[in-house]
Design a protein around this ligand. Structure first.
Ligand SMILES: *Cc1c(COP(=O)(O)O)cnc(C)c1O
Length: 394
């Protein structure tokens, strides 16, 4: 159940409903979008270039390519990595479907391995056990903003000559052992979807330190057109393009980048506010019969994208879905991140998964609930969420 803010509004006449993942849009974004509209430059232009450069500097990597979604970024990273039918890609079932769908889009075969029950992250030992002669890549997902063990990941990748493509949709601010997510592996894909930590409405970014990968993603994301290839034939102002690949239409618009430029300026204060709310929740829920997020591991920076409770019917007296329904009745929106990939019909029918195949991912699927963690939340709203949860889980 990927809850979208647009849907909640329709079932809720309440003015004070706390919408899950409500975006924080300020006057600067509004003015910048208006500026784009008035300038006449709506498509990919100077604001996309500026947003890419600012994002690249924030991450501290060599290249950042803006696209119209993180899903597009995952897809193009897999293409740029040269993945093709017959190749196996190891990833986690505890993720959003796009992680696995993009593996299928390049014709490769997803190989799921179970996650850890406490951290909800892919387990490096299980990755190692799943490696076959056909394995070409690993796609770790920094779920909820908690960084995966990237030291273990890169060590496995080096020993087995694998490409690492990180799904960092939740993890713009995350770091592992002193290195920022986005500056560690071959490709890192970020999302600017409305509920994420930095938003552009729809949007995504791929970071890499490999200039060839960056150039390929840029070209594949705009019809496979190159402006350089034929430039040498033209000595006047007009430059022909040459199509070098049957590419996709995945470019970001300046209207989107206009929002992102100002969102990115607030990325750190917003992270601090979420960290503060996170600490308040930890304290307020410590004595309840519910599971809380695992502590942040030493030498890591958690992006604090989602705060998840684990609601066990036997301990808590009500099932997770009832819990969400009761929160909703109290004017509090919640989300489920996620129902494991292997429990969805398409993947069951296509790959023959049984619910028992990934016991930890299944355990989490049945119990996890994400409560509001937007930097937009006022102290009063945070108090209301705490009161709502405490009233239900006794
Ligand atoms: C949101 C999300 C995506 C997809 O991002 P889009 O920008 O909407 O394409 C991929 N993976 C995870 C884990 C996500 O949460």
């Amino acid at each position: 159940m990927e809850t979208s803010p647009h849907h909640h509004d329709q079932n809720n006449a309440q003015d004070d409903y706390i919408v899950f993942g409500a975006p924080q849009i300020e006057d600067d974004e509004v003015a910048e979008v208006v500026d784009s509209l008035r300038s006449g430059w709506l498509g990919t232009g100077p604001k996309v270039a500026a947003f890419e450069e600012q994002f690249r500097r924030y991450i501290g990597c060599d290249h950042a390519v803006a696209l119209n979604s993180c899903t597009a970024g995952l897809h193009l990273s897999m293409l740029a990595a040269g993945l093709k039918p017959g190749d196996e890609v190891i990833t986690t079932p505890m993720t959003f479907c796009a992680t696995v769908n993009t593996i299928l889009h390049v014709g490769a075969t997803p190989v799921l391995v179970d996650c850890d029950r406490a951290t909800c992250l892919i387990d490096p030992q299980r990755i190692e056990d799943a490696i076959s002669p056909r394995t070409r890549a690993i796609v770790p997902v920094h779920l909820c903003g908690r960084p995966c063990n990237m030291d273990a990941m890169m060590d496995i990748a080096r020993r087995h000559d694998l490409i690492v493509i990180e799904d960092a949709a939740h993890a713009i601010e995350a770091a592992y052992n002193g290195r920022k997510v986005g500056n560690i592996s071959h490709f890192t894909c970020f999302s600017f979807y409305v509920t994420k930590n930095v938003i552009t409405g729809e949007g995504g970014m791929v970071t890499t330190n490999n200039p060839d990968f960056a150039a390929r993603i840029k070209m594949y994301g705009l019809h496979g057109m190159s402006h350089d290839a034929w430039a040498r034939y033209s000595d006047n102002g007009y430059k022909h393009y040459a199509v070098l690949f049957p590419g996709f239409k995945y470019n970001m618009m300046d209207i989107q980048a206009a929002i992102g430029i100002h969102q990115l300026k607030r990325v750190e204060p917003n992270w601090q506010r979420r960290q503060q709310i996170w600490a308040l929740y930890n304290e307020a829920f410590a004595d309840l019969p519910v599971g809380l997020p695992a502590p942040v591991e030493p030498n890591t920076r958690h992006a604090h994208h989602l705060y998840t409770l684990f609601i066990d019917e036997e301990r808590c007296g009500l099932a997770r879905d009832q819990f969400i329904h009761e929160l909703h009745k109290r004017g509090i929106g919640a989300g489920v991140h996620y129902v494991s990939v292997h429990l969805h019909p398409y993947y069951q029918q296509t790959f023959g998964y049984q619910p028992s195949d990934f016991p930890n991912a299944r355990w989490i699927s049945e119990r996890t609930v994400s409560i509001p963690l937007s930097p937009r939340l006022t102290d009063e709203e945070v108090a209301r969420v705490i009161e709502g949860v405490r009233g239900l889980a006794r």
